[in-house]
Ligand binder design. Structure first.
Ligand SMILES: Cc1cc2nc3c(=O)[nH]c(=O)nc-3n(C[C@H](O)[C@H](O)[C@H](O)COP(=O)(O)OP(=O)(O)OC[C@H]3O[C@@H](n4cnc5c(N)ncnc54)[C@H](O)[C@@H]3O)c2cc1C
Length: 483
């Protein structure tokens, strides 16, 4: 098993549980992939994911090993779930649905009833999607040829966009932006994302936003613990250099420390494009460079980890700065592919909830600015954007922040490439557009090498922590069923 992110850990644990002898290799010294953490000057910074959504997916995974979530970490339900800072007002999103309906009604008369209908539809999609679609290996259309599922297809709204679907229910531009926000997790513009993905609105509004005390790396630690308990041998700090094949099988995996040749299967949970680039026989690749060039990638981003020497006011745990033009920013990410003129950005302040992640009286701040993939960003760009967003942050929250920063680290496209071998520096894989959904995603199975499989955020079902967990499970089930 290559790559110890959530997909690799999930797949390895489930295979080991089913009797396979599994070795899991990763270049980093910590497991968790994009969900690792660094500790600096008493601040504990999560490097990647910060939104814990779809708690049912984590719970389902843990249950297979005799655990429930609360055996592994302390999960807190956030209220407000998050706040959205517009140019002229800040809207807190209450975790309670009745309270949220009041917020909607204040902005558009009749919208609370519309929200009920919208969420009923989103719930239907979530439940059907989770029970009938996402756990499929998507190797053939035949998997979807079931009469009941075909009936559902029409109600699942695969062929209209989420943007047009939301506009059928709501007119107020702020409510529309609020409901389009979860789509950002899926990596494409709302008008290119199937309406099926309003299931994310159900995840947001009804299932809630959660936070594991101690930070997201608690989740990686839980996954690592489970893998080790199942007997997975985890080799960290080991870089995979080559995947060598002979005829129709992988015969040898070469790392900077070892050579492995005694295996039945090789499963890569590393970046899909990277995996194929290190195949010794390039004719065995599933996909050509021109295929990858045509893919719609999820964005890259500028990330900043900041330690602040005082507590900040007017910030919640999750803060979305929508005080700029959403459509211009998304055009710059996906179409014109240039650095943004005035980006939307996201600020996470986990120390608002959790005193374990910052020294007493100090604040732990993580800033994310989505940008296009494939941009050669420079140190000057990083400084300029940090400066710009800090000014906006200071203005909107009415306090001095810059002069209180005592720790600063940035991470962007170049680092995604060097740290994760990430294609074009994408932050979280391939976007969930219609022609990159289900059987149209990169396949979990190599077409020419019988014992080579792929999982992770670039394959089915898609980007994000819960889908990556599911992806590992799909491949493990597929292989377990071959036994
Ligand atoms: C900044 C950021 C914020 C995010 N926010 C959220 C969020 O709030 N909520 C959410 O659900 N999702 C979020 N995501 C997405 C989520 O983190 C990912 O989709 C998910 O973690 C991917 O898991 P994975 O196992 O597929 O890949 P990865 O976590 O990337 O794991 C792949 C592993 O392969 C290793 N690897 C690569 N090449 C080699 C090699 N040659 N040799 C050895 N090892 C190698 C890498 O080091 C890595 O550990 C975010 C992602 C980022 C980057």
């Amino acid at each position: 098993m290559l790559g110890a992110g959530f997909a690799g850990l999930s797949c390895a644990s489930l295979l080991a549980k089913n009797g396979f002898d599994v070795t899991l290799i990763d270049k980093h010294s910590q497991a968790g992939g994009r969900c690792r953490a660094i500790e600096e000057q008493g601040f504990l910074f999560d490097l990647g994911p910060s939104w814990y959504w779809m708690p049912d997916v984590f719970e389902r995974f843990y249950n297979q090993f005799g655990y429930t979530t609360k055996d592994l970490y302390d999960l807190k339900h956030l209220n407000p779930s998050y706040q959205v800072i517009f140019e002229d007002e800040t809207i807190g999103i209450p975790s309670d649905f009745e309270e949220l309906k009041k917020v909607f009604e204040q902005h558009e008369k009749g919208s609370s009833k519309q929200l009920e209908k919208f969420i009923d539809d989103a719930k239907y999609k979530y439940e059907k999607g989770m029970s009938k679609l996402v756990y499929k290996p998507s190797l053939s259309l035949l998997e979807y040829l079931d009469v009941n599922l075909l009936k559902d297809f029409f109600q699942l709204d695969l062929f209209s966009s989420i943007s047009s679907s939301i506009k059928k229910y709501f007119k107020n531009p702020k409510l529309i932006e609020l409901l389009e926000f979860p789509v950002l997790f899926l990596g494409a513009k709302p008008n290119q994302t199937p309406a099926l993905y309003s299931l994310m609105n159900y995840a947001d509004i009804k299932l809630g936003t959660w936070y594991p005390i101690g930070g997201m790396s608690e989740v990686s630690n839980a996954f690592r613990k489970i893998a080790e308990e199942q007997g997975v041998k985890i080799h960290l700090g080991e870089n995979v250099l080559k995947i060598e094949s002979q005829d129709d099988k992988v015969k040898r995996v070469v790392t900077n420390k070892n050579e492995y040749n005694d295996f039945d299967y090789v499963i890569s949970a590393m970046d899909y494009h990277h995996t194929e680039s290190i195949l010794s026989n390039q004719k065995t690749k599933n996909y050509s460079e021109s295929y990858w060039k045509k893919r719609k990638l999820a964005p890259s981003c500028f990330l900043y980890y900041l330690g602040v020497d005082k507590k900040l006011k007017n910030l919640e745990h999750h803060n979305l700065f929508f005080d700029a033009d959403f459509s211009l920013h998304s055009e710059e990410i996906y179409d014109t592919k240039k650095l943004p003129s005035k980006p939307l950005f996201y600020v996470c302040a986990p120390s608002v909830t959790d005193n374990k992640v910052a020294p007493e009286g100090k604040e732990n701040i993580f800033i994310l600015i989505p940008i296009a993939t494939g941009i050669n960003e420079t140190d000057e760009d990083r400084d300029k954007y940090l400066n710009d967003v800090l000014e906006r942050l200071e203005n909107k929250t009415q306090q001095k922040i810059k002069e209180h920063i005592i720790y600063k680290k940035s991470f962007a496209t170049r680092d995604f490439i060097s740290e994760y071998n990430s294609y074009q520096g994408n932050a979280y894989g391939l976007a969930n557009t219609l022609n990159q959904t289900a059987i149209l995603k990169p396949r979990i199975k190599n077409n020419k090498l019988k014992n080579l499989f792929y999982c992770g955020q670039m394959s089915v079902p898609g980007p994000g922590v819960p889908p990556s967990i599911i992806s590992g499970e799909i491949v493990a089930n597929y292989i377990n069923n071959q036994k």
